[in-house]
Design a protein around this ligand. Sequence first.
Ligand SMILES: Cc1ncc(COP(=O)(O)O)c(C=O)c1O
Length: 388
Amino acid sequence: MVKIDFSNRLKNLPPYLFAEIDRLKGELKRKGVEFIDLSIGDPDILAPKKVIDILYSSAKKKENQKYSLDQGKLTFRLAVKDWFKHRFKVNLDESKEILPLIGSKEGLVHLPLSLVNRGDYVIVPSPGYPGYRGGAILSEANIYELPLWEENSFLPDLGKIPKSIRNKAKLIYLNYPNNPTTALANKDFLERVIKFCSHYGIILAYDNAYCEIYFEDKPLSILEIEGAKDIAIEFHSLSKTFCMTGFRIGWACGNSNLIAGLLKVKTNIDSGIFCAIQDCAAYALEKERDYIDNLRKIIKERRDIFVNGLKRGGAENIYALSTFYVWVRIPKDFSSSMEFVKYLIKRGVIATAGVGFGNYGEGFVRFALTVNKDKLKKALTIMGTNRN
Ligand SMILES: Cc1ncc(COP(=O)(O)O)c(C=O)c1O
């Protein structure tokens, strides 16, 4: 047998966070152990019914069964343009400033291929969505892990990034509403980010996948900030907003050169998004605005139940400001987030260890509110009563 010598790029990739959790879940299933899965941000709620109807009728048309254009259907881009204008009061040019994606992860991970040369620095938030790190490694970048400290409301202190890194950094990822910390970013902070990036010539990839999952303050788009279109590209997803994770559709928008670069990478890698998916996604953006209000209500109710339960059980430092996650400090009698997660798994609750989101996630655990109220209450009972 020929020994396969994988590339350094591949060797440098850590095992994907959720792949490891999937493996553990598979083991539990094989053993017939029941568990409550609060690990992955994959909502249990059905996508809008009419979206499925459109998908079905659109899939039957021959023109939709062919390769789609790389830049995506004009109808979908126009739906994005209209939604964006309505939601953020920002004008986007549908021919140059919007690029449909096979889910926002695809664009986030491919972006560095268009920008980064071997050895350039990419700044990734820690804790942060693992896709940023993966994309940077696949582009053979050096990674600077940007700490999001609890004391600073999980916003980075850009002034503390060493000068040597600032001067060599090509790209920075930021994500608010934030996974996993649930933090939000206000206008003042975003203005400082744009100033910083413009000053150092660092491209900003702003991940806004959770912009619709909020409870009080309405999240902003980075493109609402003056000067952002000169330096920023923003990522959106239908996965969370319309519970369409498996459909694989999102988009990038912002600086037209950045969009063109990402498009060039994509035309060499994929052949577009199934047209019927684009049609039903356009419908969701145009017509399912009430669905989002209802989704927020459901998640808020779950959040309140879960957070109150955790408090009653004595948990401290609980964060649940946005997204459908709860980020909470692990109990004092555990020495690491992994140790606590393993303890929970043995009792039938699966959560995600904070360290899986980067070194600065250690000491925390993330619960996803992606199961119904009854299951959440059951998970609370297990966690509250089954200690020791
Ligand atoms: C912060 C963040 N960004 C992006 C994504 C990717 O979403 P999708 O590729 O489904 O659009 C996720 C998925 O969990 C996420 O948490």
